[in-house]
Design a protein around this ligand. Sequence first.
Ligand SMILES: O=C(O)C1=C[C@@H](OP(=O)(O)O)[C@@H](O)[C@H](O)C1
Ligand SMILES: C=C(OP(=O)(O)O)C(=O)O
Length: 451
Amino acid sequence: MGVHSGALKPLRAKAGRALAGRVRVPGDKSISHRAFLFGGLASGRTRVTGLLEGEDVLATGRAMRAMGARIERDGEAFLVDGVGNGCLLEPAGVLDFGNAGTGSRLTMGLAGTYDFTTTYLGDASLSARPMGRVLDPLRLMGTQVLARSRDRLPLSLRGPRVAAPISYRVPMASAQVKSAVLLAALNAPGITTVIEPVMTRDHTEKMLEGFGAAIEVEQDAHGVRTIRLEGQGELKGVADFAVPGDPSSAAFLVVAALVTPDSDVTIENVLMNPTRTGLLETLAEMGASIEVLNERSSGGESVADLRVRHSALKGVDVPADRAPSMIDEYPILAVAAAFAEGTTRMQGLDELRVKESDRLSAVAAGLSANGVEHREGEDWLSVTGRPDGRGIGGGTVATHLDHRIAMSFLVLGLACEAPVTVDDATMISTSFPEFTGLIERLGGTLESAEA
Ligand SMILES: O=C(O)C1=C[C@@H](OP(=O)(O)O)[C@@H](O)[C@H](O)C1
Ligand SMILES: C=C(OP(=O)(O)O)C(=O)O
């Protein structure tokens, strides 16, 4: 059952004090999913610290347990005892991924080439999202797909006796598709090749290498990456795996501090992998005061503390080729743009239409509800700001089961003239259960808006 089995919980944010203090965001969602997937597949034990205990990640943990992994809590850590590559067990029941695109798509890759049946279920949001993007390469590897409605959940997969290694060019910028093919390749004999024309987050490649897979990555002069993975090799648990803080969660606190007058906030231990820092780059161009402090290496990734102070922002053009490195950050960038002098133009946003909601139209509707000047195109958005937040706010935003829409518009409400209400805040726990507590600890005002 997803988080959305209960009643809606409307929440309201209003302007008040400056935000101040030091906080730590929870673990990165992408890396946490992969820690359960790779730890649960590898032979031996992986001890995971800093894991995000969001609903999405917990669903991946349950799926791995259903396929034979042992996952136990040990104080602050999780101990994951894996089955060994090639040795997943057929799950007895359906695998319910709730709201999680990453969990469901990567697990389809991981288990879809096994000679057994797996059945995938999701909430209303996930059941509306396209799955053909992972089912197409799986079909090429020999997997049969059974779905009531074409390439949507709920669906079942049945793998072949022996999966075929393939060469696959990822047709859209998607780390989930790249990862699903690489995970499927672990169970195929020989070498599978994935060609990635535009680089997306590289956590799967890095972690596969860390867990001992035979993987090679080459990049040509145009940035096209060729990833080769030899299947059916051994994967070994990682004694200590530390998950860095999630930059996509930090983004809400960064923008909250930038737009709330007199704020001064430090966010500790944020992942600085360059495939994830597009928002920071854009905000710097807008004139944001963000100091990157104490940059260090943790578990093969670079992390840093971010000191963010209230700043006068100006509108900028955000190029389409930056989209992969900030794909989940456009809703909160639109909020930063609502406080910037001039117009911010964002391009290359086609993938936003197939997230937890159609994020382009959900953001545009939320801006409309709060009187923020903007224009929406097929794959672009422009937002014209009001630097002091005067004359904006006062609306109620439809979140469409989308955590990032809920958090973004609550941040809007922290700094505009009239309070902003979101129709439901329960989905926030899919990726950032600590969000409301951290905003309040920093001095922000959130209140229940239940009738
Ligand atoms: O691989 C991942 O962990 C993710 C990839 C991205 O999705 P796409 O691959 O659909 O772009 C991103 O939006 C999602 O939040 C996490
Ligand atoms: C798109 C997202 O996640 P997923 O695809 O895993 O549901 C997100 O967290 O913004």
